[in-house]
Write a new protein. Sequence first.
Length: 125
Amino acid sequence: ANPFGSSLAFPMLLIAQLLSFSLISLTGASYRSFIPRIIEKKPGLAAFLFGLAGLLLTFGYNVITTIFYAVPSGFTLEQTIASIVSGIPFYLINMIANTISFAVIITLILRYVNKNYPHYLEKNA
């Protein structure tokens, strides 16, 4: 959880966000290799995979940003763990919202794109 709003005030938090966003981007890029084949035939499976990605990536982002804030701030291991534990209510709300959002919204958007702009999801695009 980011107590500063903008990570520009805390460079280590910015690094954590950049690392996390890189992982999110790589996940999206890897999904592009197989999602177009299943988005129309098995939308339930696609929704599950997007939801799972939303859940895991949100959890990873929350933990990484908390650690990158706590450790450089001089927190001990126990304090860092306490910081993560105290963030669980926020993490849960954030993870549930992102899981649902990824599963529903991304599936609907990609089905629309696949139907109306099929060239966009082609392998050589």
